[in-house]
Design a protein around this ligand. Structure first.
Ligand SMILES: Nc1ncnc2c1ncn2[C@@H]1O[C@H](COP(=O)(O)OP(=O)(O)OP(=O)(O)O)[C@@H](O)[C@H]1O
Ligand SMILES: O=P(O)(O)OC[C@H]1O[C@H](OP(=O)(O)OP(=O)(O)O)[C@H](O)[C@@H]1O
Ligand SMILES: [Mg+2]
Length: 289
């Protein structure tokens, strides 16, 4: 990735205006210190203080704007990016909007993807499905639908669907079940055009990364007899290295380290077992590593 300096130009960022990714996208931007719209009808918002202009667009269109170079950065789904065929590149996973892209049919009817041959497949993701069929050398008819794809089988326009599955409840309610391997694991991603990324992007990227790390880690503080500090530090190695400070109480030290949020309670139990006391967990709101 090369960077380009354009003086003090605004970074132009595309954000989903509605749908499954919209709220979480605005949330991560707000946590990163950017202004976000208060009215869902606003399609554009200038955050002059931070040098960013936000454009609220349909998630499906975002890769196209970024790929064309009209906008510098976008938040969209990996599945939508691949489906679009746009010349945009993933820069970072954003940790929300997770889904799987699966084929599904009437419960018990299909078991293998080879059975797709000759079937009528309905989907909103024609790009992904056609690429998949071509790669496997399967000949089938693909029909594009805008949404509520699950109804297409019962309504007689398709034999199989290919769609986003999150909890699976929409499929179950329609009497359908997935078959074959998962075609794609998707989540919200940050995208750019790859080449010619403006230099202003680096600060934007670092801010979002700081929020993701702050969400995934907590700060752990504890006191421990100096004799056990190496065992304790092996349990809480931190990201760079833990801070070990002397305590007024002789023979004891204080340790401070970032630890993954998941498993932090178990870690507290283990530290207690080896003699740590005064073990505290605190949230991190933002960071730069
Ligand atoms: N439960 C979910 N339903 C739909 N999309 C989801 C879900 N969970 C995550 N996603 C992701 O959200 C993106 C699709 O967004 P969205 O649902 O807004 O698009 P759409 O279905 O084309 O629009 P809309 O439903 O508003 O007509 C995809 O990247 C998809 O993987
Ligand atoms: O596995 P689940 O948790 O049930 O979620 C997946 C469903 O949600 C989405 O539909 P959406 O609500 O976006 O409606 P749409 O089909 O009209 O886009 C997607 O297209 C599936 O239908
Ligand atoms: Mg949808």
């Amino acid at each position: 990735m090369t960077t380009q300096t354009n003086g003090d130009r605004l970074l132009r960022v595309a954000v989903p205006n509605k749908g499954a990714l919209s709220q979480a996208a605005s949330e991560i931007l707000r946590e990163s210190g950017y202004r976000q719209r208060h009215d869902a009808k606003e399609l554009r918002l200038l955050d002059a203080e931070n040098g960013v202009e936000f454009f609220y667009l349909r998630p499906r269109d975002i890769a196209l704007y970024v790929g064309e170079g009209t906008l510098d950065v976008g938040i969209t789904g990996r599945d939508l990016l691949l489906d679009s065929g746009a010349k945009a590149e993933e820069v970072m996973d954003l940790g929300f909007g997770s889904s799987r892209f699966r084929f599904a049919g009437p419960a018990g009817r299909f078991s293998d993807l080879a059975e797709l041959a000759g079937q009528r497949i309905a989907t909103s993701y024609v790009g992904i499905v056609e690429a998949f069929l071509e790669q496997r050398g399967i000949d089938a008819t693909v029909t594009r639908l805008d949404g509520a794809v699950e109804s297409s089988i019962q309504l007689g326009v398709a034999d199989v669907i290919a769609d986003v599955v999150e909890t699976g409840s929409t499929l179950r309610a329609a009497g359908l079940e997935t078959f074959g391997d998962t075609i794609l694991e998707s989540q919200a991603v940050l995208i750019t055009r790859g080449a010619e990324v403006p230099s202003e992007f680096e600060i934007f990227r670092r801010r979002l990364e700081g929020v993701l790390v702050a969400r995934a880690y907590v700060m752990m503080d504890y006191d421990i007899p100096a004799a056990h500090v190496s065992d304790a530090v092996a349990l809480t190695p931190g990201i760079e290295s833990p801070t070990v400070s002397p305590l007024h109480r002789e023979g004891w030290v204080a340790v401070r380290a970032m630890v993954p949020r998941t498993g932090a309670q178990r870690l507290m139990d283990e530290l207690w077992e080896i003699g740590a006391r005064g073990i505290l967990l605190t949230d991190i709101h933002a960071c730069r590593l």
